[in-house]
Design a protein around this ligand. Structure first.
Ligand SMILES: Nc1nc2c(ncn2[C@@H]2O[C@H](COP(=O)(O)OP(=O)(O)OP(=O)(O)O)[C@@H](O)[C@H]2O)c(=O)[nH]1
Ligand SMILES: [Mg+2]
Length: 695
């Protein structure tokens, strides 16, 4: 692959709803540009982009792949992203490193949920975008209707750059409204505009010219003077307006049928800004902690942002980066300012799907890959040690579902932690941790399919069999009043005896945590047994007294006891302390506390009633309702126990249009009737909760 100057590069993310045809169109681009000789199909699992085993199995994209397309002396780095919302982290990662997005809209469905979501990602970065009305060959395809659907969803100036020739089974090409020529068939052969389209074309051309004129002060003067703009002037005006985001051009194609592809490639080169055209990237100097700008050229300060990492037992670890400034050279040393670590760069590559194409260097604006970095993770910046900088990483959506993970066999058990760590390293929207209060390993992600794919990856890539089980709620136990109890532990029949007697008082300390006090006067128990007694108490604090959950906010005061000159020993007092504490807990009005989450739900206004009705069945305390731009925002405090399947439920109530976020807020008492059920079950499951009688 040739080495292209920064100005000849175009970095473009393909975004859109699931199944809008992104991968098929990426494949058509590779084919049309001569990079491949056979055009693969998603259904056959034979595309360059969807090469992972799970992608082939499911016929959908799960990760972002890189497709470099060489066309007219330019290189387009096409990032094919998954449309399914469970894998939105991949799309967000791609949006961070491109200068523009091509947003796919299905010619039949029009704007969909995925269109809105990816549109919002582009808004976060004010990213220029082009819209492609794709699958124009489908039954019921309708370009005008798709455009109307876009206009009613987004308040944006959509301007067609092309019109379709034919539709559905007769779709055979497009009219280029700038060149005023038809481009037909898989090769995009230039032809005259069909006579039956003349009027429609003339009207669309006028609209296009007007939009182009508005892009530039000089052009608008000329236009208002009644003069025609030249084709180059139209291109210049449009390009300015697109880069400024005041206009979104609309194109059409049928990717799988390979129609409209060459005209699309031409348009991407003409209208997407090159990395050299955009504002210098903001960076933070790691030495001085000041802001600076990294100019987008090969000789400026080195700054490369890692936006994707893959871990594979066969290929090893691959680090995908985008160079914002300077040049990264094979067989060199760089500095990772986030980890404060030096890294050795071996051979550099560009990727075409899974194929690695070796390159001597990757310069500003380009996207490349390096293998076997040790310290570097997604979000880190590679730079020059003499000039350490960090670039802002991608922001990822917060986790929405959490599921407990268990090893299938004892052999899997030892490998579970390291495997989960490697999966998380690959995917910043996955998180795992051990929850000490439920003794479960928890995996968090964006949806059930997301978790399911992670579990399958564990097996396929690392040979570790994991199963997912429902997550137990991390309840806590506490008390509501003071109580005094005693326990005598006595084993004095034959051999060496044991004796210990402990009297204690427990008191609630709501919110103040655990306290331990020694209030024994007169030496009925020697204070040397204090540590043993507290050890017994602490074992119950950890493992629970009524339902097996950690105990919080209790003061334990040892008030009295008895010891035996020969038979008393630390073990006897530990047992007495433990059992006395259990009895005290039971008498002190014990209650369960549950985590309450602060939940924010954003849904289309017309779903508001249903979503609110549903949330009210979840013991929720609704705090607020707001409306903005056709969306309703509901904020509520909801017990975690009621949110277990919310991701799937909200998806079905809103046909996928609703999104939500939640974070832990506080612990609150579980209502008595619900607590009773949990306690009864726990008493059956945990024999250690049984209370021993005094001996
Ligand atoms: N009729 C028609 N079908 C198409 C076209 N492009 C893709 N398809 C079909 O639509 C389905 C989805 O295509 P993909 O290319 O996987 O869509 P995608 O946008 O990459 O999907 P995700 O990666 O899951 O978001 C497949 O069955 C394709 O064969 C097209 O231009 N016309
Ligand atoms: Mg795809």
């Amino acid at each position: 692959m040739k080495d292209y100057p920064t100005a000849a590069l175009r970095n473009i993310a393909l975004l859109g709803h699931g199944s809008s045809g992104k991968t098929s169109l990426g494949e058509a681009m590779l084919f049309s540009s001569g990079a491949i000789t056979r055009q693969g199909r998603v259904e056959d699992g034979s595309t360059v982009s969807d090469f992972e085993e799970e992608e082939v199995r499911r016929h959908i994209s799960l990760t972002t792949s890189l497709l470099p397309i060489e066309w007219q002396n330019h290189k387009l780095n096409i990032l094919d992203t998954p449309g399914y919302t469970d894998f939105a982290g991949e799309a967000k990662g791609a949006v961070r490193v491109v200068e523009a997005a091509l947003i796919f809209v299905d010619s039949v469905a029009g704007a969909e949920v995925g269109t809105e979501m990816t549109w919002a990602y582009c808004n976060e970065r004010n990213l220029p975008r082009l819209v492609l009305v794709n699958k124009m060959d489908r039954e019921n395809a309708n370009f005008t209707r798709a455009l109307d659907s876009l206009s009613s969803t987004f308040s944006v100036n959509f301007v067609p750059l092309q019109l379709p020739i034919g539709s559905q089974a007769t779709f055979e090409g497009i009219v280029d409204l700038i060149a005023m020529k038809a481009r037909k068939g898989p090769r995009g052969e230039v032809a005259d505009i069909p006579a039956n389209l003349q009027d429609e074309v003339a009207e669309a051309r006028l609209k296009l010219m007007e939009a182009a004129a508005e892009g530039d002060d000089e052009l608008i003067m000329k236009y208002l003077d009644g003069q025609e703009l030249t084709d180059d002037e139209i291109r210049r005006g449009l390009r300015l307006a697109i880069c400024r985001n005041s206009l979104v051009p609309v194109l059409c194609a049928a990717g799988a049928a390979n129609i409209g592809i060459t005209a699309l490639l031409d348009a991407l080169i003409a209208f997407v800004p090159s990395p050299a055209d955009v504002e210098p990237e903001a960076a933070k100097n790691a030495a001085t902690q000041t802001e600076e700008k990294i100019a987008p050229n090969g000789s400026s300060t080195l700054g490369a942002l890692v936006f994707k990492t893959t871990a594979d037992p066969f290929v090893g670890k691959l680090t995908y980066f985008r160079v914002f400034g300077g040049t990264l050279v094979s067989d060199s040393r760089v500095f990772n300012a986030n980890k404060n670590a030096e890294e050795r760069i071996g051979q550099l590559y560009v990727m075409r799907g899974k194929e690695q194409i070796a390159l001597a260097s990757i310069k500003a604006g380009d996207i490349g890959v390096v293998a076997k970095l040790s310290a570097t993770a997604t979000g880190d910046t590679l730079c020059d040690k003499a000039h350490p900088i960090t670039l802002a990483p991608t922001t990822y959506p917060p986790a929405l579902v959490s599921i407990a993970i268990e090893p299938k066999t004892a052999a899997d058990s030892a490998k579970m932690g390291p495997t989960l760590s490697r999966l998380v390293e690959e995917d910043p929207t996955l998180h795992w941790f051990n929850d000490p209060s439920t003794k479960q390993t928890v995996l968090e992600g964006l949806g059930d399919s997301h978790i399911d794919v992670a579990v399958r990856h564990a097996k396929a890539k690392f040979g570790v069999d994991l199963v997912s089980v429902p997550r137990r709620i991390p309840y806590r136990e506490t008390i509501t009043r003071s109580f005094t109890a005693m326990h005598r532990h006595k084993k004095q029949t034959g051999g060496s005896g044991q004796f210990g007697e402990v009297h204690m008082r427990v008191e609630p300390t709501r919110g103040q945590g655990y306290e331990f006090a020694w209030e024994v006067f007169g030496g009925s128990v020697s204070s040397s047994y204090q540590t043993s007694i507290e050890k017994g108490v602490k074992s119950v604090m950890e493992n629970g007294a009524i339902a097996g959950y950690p105990i919080v906010d209790v003061k334990v005061a040892i008030t009295d006891g008895k010891e035996h000159a020969v038979d008393s020993k630390p073990m006897a007092f530990e047992i007495a302390g433990r059992e006395a504490f259990k009895k005290a807990m039971h008498g002190a009005g014990p209650v369960l506390l549950e985590p309450i989450m602060k939940v924010a739900v954003v849904v289309p206004e017309h779903n508001m009633g249903d979503v609110l009705g549903d949330i009210n069945t979840r013991r929720a305390h609704v705090q607020g309702m707001d409306q903005s731009a056709g969306r309703s925002v509901i904020t509520a405090l909801v017990p975690l126990a009621e949110m277990q399947h919310y991701a799937a439920d909200l998806r079905s109530i809103t046909q996928g249009r609703g999104i939500f976020s939640m974070e832990f807020d506080h612990y609150q008492e579980v209502p008595a009737h619900a607590a009773q059920v949990i306690i009864e079950q726990a008493q059956k499951d945990h024999p250690q909760l049984k209370i021993a009688d005094s001996d």
